[in-house]
Write a protein that binds this ligand. Structure first.
Ligand code: DOR
Ligand code: ZN
Length: 449
C-alpha cells in the first residue's frame, strides 16, 4: 500500500524530528522535510499536531485460537490490537489443543489467513513429551517456543529442569528463542495446597500461594541454563523485585537473556484488589509497591527490555467466580499505549523511551529487526499516530476485545493512539477498524529451514 503520513512529529527510539513519511508497497520509501511537494495521487494521512511512532510490537498475546474462541479470536483480538496502536503481535500457544507440533502450527497458519488486522508471529509450546517436535516447530516458522514452568491457563506441563538441559541445547543449536513463564511448579503446588488448606481467601493469601521465591527460583535456573548453553531466553511478564535483580545479574554475566513486563505490574499493586477484584487477577500475581518500584527502575535502566501486554481475555462470568477459581488473565492490547502515553505525560518516561520498549527492543529480541522496529528505507511502514493531548476515559464496554471487562475500566488517561498504519494501510482510526484484515504471518528468517 502507498501512503504519505504528513505533518507529524516522528519519534524514534533515538530521535525526534518533523518529517513527512512516504510508504510505497507497504515499505518505508522516504522521509521528507515537512511540506515537501508530494505526488498528488498518493493517499495522505494528516498528522499535524500529532506524534508518529513506529507501530508497537507486542510479543505476548493470547488470541485463543484454536479452541477458546468464546474468550477471543484472531479477528477480535487483532482488531483490538489495531485500535490500541499495536501493529505486530506474537500469539501464545496455550490453546485447545496447544500448539505442540509442527502440524498444529501449520494448521493454525492456514486458518489465520486473512483473519488478522495486524502482522503476527506464532509460538509453539514445549511440553514434557514433545521434545522431538522442537526442530520441526522451528522449521515450521515458530517465532519462539514457550515453556510454562508453572501452572496457568491450559494447565500445560513442562519438562523437568533436568530435561530442560537437553531442550536449551537443542534450541540453542538452532538459534531459536525460549520464552519462559517463570514460576516454579513444585513451589506453587506446595504453597497453593497449603494456603488453600488453611482456608485462605484474601488477595494476600493468593500471593502467599505463589511466593516471590517461585518466580526467582525459575528465573535463576533458566538464566543459568541460558548462560551455560548459549540459548536465547526471554522471560515473560516479570513481576518481582527479585526477578529484576536476577535478570540484571544474568545480563552482567553475558547470558543472552531478555525480559518484558506489562502495564498492570507497573500501575497496580495488591492494594488495588479491593477496588478492582478479579479483573486484576493475572498470573503471575500483581505484588507490592517495592516490586513495582524495582520494575520501573529496571525498565528505565534497560534491565527490562520491553513492554508487552500478556493480553489474556476471559469472559466476565468466568472472572466473577471466587478468588481461587476465577481464571487469571486480563485484556491489554487496547490499554497498553493509552496507559503508557499517560505515563509519558506524567513525566515517568520519554516518548523515545516508550518507542524503545514497545518497538525497537521487541523487534530486535524476536528476530524481526530491521523489517520491524526500524525507521529506515525498506522497513515495513508500520506507524501509530498518537495525540498526546487527548484525554480519554477507558471503557471496557467500548473495547473490541471479547473480554468485556478490564482492570483499567473507568481510568482517565491523557494521550491516545488515534490512527494505526500496518504496511501502509490505515487499519484503525479513533477506536474504530477502518481497514481490512491483511495482517501477514511473520516467519523469522534466521532460524527457518
Ligand atoms: O494471567 C495469565 N493469563 N497468565 C498466564 O500466564 C496465562 C494467561 C492466560 O492464558 O489466560
Ligand atoms: Zn501470557
Amino acid at each position: 500500500m502507498d501512503l504519505i503520513i504528513r505533518g507529524g512529529t516522528l519519534v524514534t527510539a533515538d530521535s525526534v524530528m518533523e518529517a513527512d513519511i512516504l510508504i510505497e508497497d507497504g515499505q518505508i520509501a522516504g522521509l521528507y522535510k515537512p511540506g515537501s511537494p508530494v505526488d498528488s495521487s498518493v493517499p495522505v494521512l494528516e498528522a499535524a499536531g500529532l506524534h508518529v511512532i513506529p507501530g508497537a510490537i507486542d510479543v505476548h498475546v493470547h488470541f485463543r485460537e484454536p479452541g477458546l474462541e468464546q474468550k477471543e479470536d484472531f479477528l477480535s483480538g487483532s482488531g483490538a490490537a489495531a485500535v490500541g496502536g499495536i501493529t505486530t503481535v506474537c500469539d501464545m500457544p496455550n490453546t485447545l489443543p496447544p500448539i505442540a507440533t509442527a502440524d498444529l502450527l501449520r494448521t493454525k497458519v492456514d486458518k489465520l489467513q486473512g483473519r488478522s488486522y495486524v502482522d503476527y508471529g506464532l509460538y509453539g509450546v514445549i511440553l514434557p513429551d514433545n521434545l522431538e517436535q522442537v526442530d520441526a516447530m522451528l522449521n515450521a516458522g515458530a517465532v519462539a517456543l514457550k515453556i510454562f514452568a508453572g501452572p496457568t491457563t491450559g494447565n500445560l506441563g513442562a519438562p523437568s529442569w533436568g530435561a530442560l538441559v537437553d531442550v536449551f541445547q537443542a534450541v540453542a543449536k538452532r538459534g531459536g528463542i525460549i520464552a519462559l513463564h517463570a514460576e516454579d511448579r513444585e513451589t506453587v503446588e506446595y504453597w497453593e495446597q497449603r494456603v488453600k488448606g488453611e482456608g485462605g481467601s484474601t488477595y494476600e493469601d493468593l500471593l502467599a500461594s505463589r511466593p516471590a521465591f517461585s518466580e526467582a527460583s525459575a528465573i535463576a535456573q533458566a538464566t543459568l541454563l541460558s548462560a551455560q548453553t548459549g540459548c536465547r531466553l526471554h522471560v515473560v511478564h516479570l513481576n518481582t523485585k527479585e526477578g529484576v535483580d536476577l535478570i540484571g545479574f544474568a545480563k552482567q554475566q553475558g547470558a543472552p537473556v531478555t525480559t518484558e513486563t506489562c502495564p498492570p505490574y507497573l500501575l497496580l499493586t495488591a492494594a488495588d484488589y479491593g477496588r478492582i477484584g478479579n479483573r486484576m487477577k493475572v498470573l503471575p500475581y500483581i505484588r507490592h509497591q517495592a516490586d513495582q518500584e524495582r520494575l520501573w527502575g529496571g525498565l528505565l535502566d534497560g534491565t527490562i527490555d520491553m513492554l508487552s501486554t500478556d493480553h489474556a481475555p476471559h469472559l466476565p462470568e468466568e472472572k466473577a467466580r471466587d478468588i481461587w477459581s476465577a481464571p487469571a488473565g486480563a485484556p491489554g492490547v487496547e490499554t497498553l499505549l493509552p496507559l503508557m502515553l499517560d505515563q509519558v505525560n506524567k513525566g515517568r518516561l520519554t516518548l523515545s523511551e516508550l518507542v524503545r520498549m514497545t518497538s525497537l527492543r521487541p523487534a530486535q529480541a524476536y528476530g524481526l529487526y530491521p523489517r520491524k522496529g526500524a525507521v529506515r528505507m525498506g522497513s515495513d511502514g508500520d506507524f501509530t499516530l498518537v495525540d498526546l493531548k487527548k484525554r480519554y476515559t477507558l471503557r471496557a464496554e467500548e473495547m473490541l476485545s471479547k473480554a468485556r471487562q478490564n482492570p483499567f475500566d473507568g481510568v482517565t488517561v491523557t494521550g491516545m493512539p488515534v490512527a494505526t498504519v500496518v504496511r501502509g494501510q490505515v487499519v484503525a482510526r479513533e477506536g474504530k477498524i477502518v481497514g481490512q484484515p491483511r495482517g501477514e504471518w511473520l516467519r523469522p528468517p534466521e532460524f527457518c529451514a
